[in-house]
Design a protein around this ligand. Structure first.
Ligand SMILES: Nc1ncnc2c1ncn2[C@@H]1O[C@H](COP(=O)(O)OP(=O)(O)OP(=O)(O)O)[C@@H](O)[C@H]1O
Length: 233
C-alpha cells in the first residue's frame, strides 16, 4: 500500500441539480502527491477544484474511489473516521484565514494540537517554532487584528502545519494578498513544506504562483491533465 501523502484513483463527483438531473463534475480523477512536493491545481471557475479538495480533504465520502492518504484508504470511511483523520493527517489553508480574533498568533496555531489533547506547553512550543520558521518570531503574541494580511496568512499556514500533517490542502492561499506579499507568503509555505516533507495540493487561478510549484495539473472536462506552466504565456 502506498505511503505517499496522497494517492487517488478514479474519483467521481456528481451533483443532483434542481430537476433531478445529474451534473457530472469529476469524471475519474487520478493524482499522486509525493512528500515535499507542491502540486498546483488549476482549472476555470466551476471546473471542480473545490469539489476535488473537499473529497481529498475527507469533508465528504468518496465511495468507489481509491483514496489513500499516508497509507490509509479512506474510500469506505465513515464520518467519524474521516473527522479523526482530518485532524491528524491533513492541514487546510483557505483564502481567508479564519483565525480566532481573541487568540494570539501562538494561541491560534496551538488550537489544533489542543484539540488533539496535547499539553498546552508542548502545543505552544510547537506553535512558536513554526511561527518563527515562517518569519513571525517577533509577532508571537499579536492578535490577528494587530497583524498584516500576509502575516495573518502565515499564521494560518502555521496552524495548518501544527499537527505535522502528511498532506496540506490549500484553496487560493494567497488569493486576497497583493502580488509581492503573495510571493513572500508562498515562499514561506514552500520552504516549510519542503523542510517537513509534507505533500501539498494548492488550488489557484494565479498562473504566476503556479510557476513556483513543482508540478501543475489542470481540471479539464472532469479529469486532470498535466500542464507545463513555463510554456504558457
Ligand atoms: N452542492 C452543489 N450542488 C450542485 N452543484 C454544485 C454543488 N457544488 C458545486 N456544484 C457545481 O459543481 C461545479 C464545480 O464546482 P466547484 O466549486 O468544485 O468548482 P471550482 O473549480 O472550485 O470553482 P471556483 O474556481 O469558482 O471556486 C460547478 O458547476 C458548481 O456549480
Amino acid at each position: 500500500m502506498s505511503n505517499l501523502p496522497l494517492s487517488l484513483k478514479g474519483l467521481h463527483r456528481d451533483y443532483t441539480i434542481g430537476d433531478g438531473r445529474k451534473l457530472a463534475v469529476l469524471k475519474g480523477v487520478d493524482l499522486e502527491v509525493q512528500p515535499g512536493e507542491l502540486v498546483g491545481l488549476l482549472g476555470p471557475s466551476g471546473s471542480g477544484k473545490s469539489s476535488l479538495l473537499h473529497a481529498v480533504g475527507l469533508l465528504e465520502a468518496a465511495p468507489n474511489t481509491r483514496l489513500i492518504i499516508d497509507g490509509e484508504d479512506f474510500a469506505g470511511a465513515n464520518d467519524r473516521q474521516r473527522t479523526a483523520a482530518r485532524l491528524k493527517k491533513i492541514g487546510f489553508v483557505y483564502q481567508f484565514h479564519h483565525l480566532l480574533p481573541e487568540y494570539t498568533a501562538v494561541g491560534n496555531v496551538a488550537v489544533p494540537l489542543r484539540i488533539l489533547g496535547r499539553p498546552r506547553k508542548e502545543s505552544e512550543a510547537r506553535a512558536r517554532e513554526l511561527l518563527t520558521a515562517l518569519g513571525l518570531g517577533e509577532r508571537l503574541d499579536h492578535q490577528p487584528a494587530q497583524l498584516s494580511g500576509g502575516e495573518q496568512q502565515r499564521v494560518a499556514i502555521a496552524r495548518a502545519l501544527a499537527n505535522k500533517p502528511r498532506l496540506l490542502l490549500a484553496d487560493e492561499p494567497t488569493g486576497n494578498l497583493d502580488p509581492e506579499t503573495s510571493t513572500q507568503v508562498f515562499g514561506a509555505l514552500k520552504t516549510i513544506v519542503k523542510a517537513q516533507g509534507v505533500g501539498a495540493l494548492i488550488a489557484t487561478h494565479n498562473l504566476e504562483l503556479a510557476r513556483h510549484m513543482d508540478r501543475v495539473v489542470k481540471l479539464v472536462d472532469g479529469v486532470l491533465v498535466p500542464l507545463d506552466v513555463h510554456a504558457t504565456v
